[in-house]
Design a protein around this ligand. Sequence first.
Ligand code: NAD
Ligand code: UD1
Length: 351
Amino acid sequence: MNILVTGGAGYIGSHTVVELLRAGHDVVVADNLSNASEEALKRALTLVREERPDVKEIPFHLVDLRDRAGLEKLFAAHDAFDCCIHFAGRKAVGESVRKPWEYYENNVGGTLTLLDVMRRHGCKNLIFSSSATVYGDPSTVPITEECPKGRCTNPYGWTKWMLEQILTDLHAADEANGDPKPWNVVLLRYFNPIGAHPSGLIGEDPDGIPNNLMPYITQVAVGKLDHLNVFGGDYDTPDGTGVRDYIHVVDLARGHVKALAAVERGCGLAVYNLGTGRGCSVLEVVHAFEEATGVRIPYEIAPRRPGDVAACWSSPEKAERELGWKAEYGIAEMCRDAWNWQSRNPNGYKA
Ligand code: NAD
Ligand code: UD1
């Protein structure tokens, strides 16, 4: 299939570009590089060419999704796209609380422009990056797709929930109107993506001090930060620290390849959790990292972080049943690959 990947230079996008090309698809990337580097795509190409020497380039458009004319130009420059995998968006929870307008304008505004240009060019197939954040503070774990949603605690989360609603409505309207070419939409709710490509060539490259656990740990390990603050040691969890469903980014990327097959089958509207189904506490991650890498991570128990939940992990059964997708990597490989990336690239993609 001929796929447009928005945000394809970013963390999950670049790993997905590699898996799409490995699976034989054609890919065009659109990104404004607000949180990414073109170097990620150069390295993705190097990786892909080991298996697919026929791939000469990864076509890249430096374009902002809010720039309608820029998007029109992109669509005009390529053969019709069969599907768009839409990663582009801002993703920092704390920043979204400080700058809500910027988040709604970029994430919701950018997506609306993209959807309009897509339908005008006859492409009504979309795979959307949603998040476990739409479940808010879950009343039960593991979380299935049917659990209560829309109880977001920050503007970032609301953008995900609003976009899920918008996409659901587009699909429903086509159904109701008997549209001969209705929207096919796959909403993928990611749990906690971590790790990097096992080659160590591509990985997560956060700007400044990381907010998320694994990049913080790897920066402590590489000596850029001196210790980890464990946010909360008194949760109602086996060791008192927060429990999450960490998933290897390569497994997550492969979930998108499976979702494409569903789009090709004309899935209509489909929603899947992408997680491992296993919860891991902060201290378990710290110890798994130390074991996988031999590097000690000094830590201190600190106050809880506002907005955090005690425990959040998925039931990934629906994705396994309907997409034939299942996470293969465990926490040891996630830690190994995160460290491999960080130790080889202590400054990320910056020289
Ligand atoms: P990322 O920041 O690495 O990738 C997002 C990409 O989108 C970046 O390359 C950025 O430059 C680009 N971008 C942002 N706004 C744009 C715009 N207006 N026009 C064009 N490009 C734009 O983030 P990621 O971790 O790869 O996340 C990808 C998607 O998955 C995001 O939508 C994110 O919200 C979602 N998600 C991520 C996580 C996670 O933990 N990383 C969890 C759940 C959901
Ligand atoms: C966060 C976001 C979530 C988003 C996801 C991916 C919040 C409240 N939630 O999820 O919406 O989809 O990132 O971008 O920000 N921790 C520490 N010390 C640290 C960092 C984290 O102890 O320095 C703990 C946290 O308290 C949590 C766990 O590690 O228990 C995971 O945190 P993090 O990696 O930030 O992910 P989430 O909070 O689950």
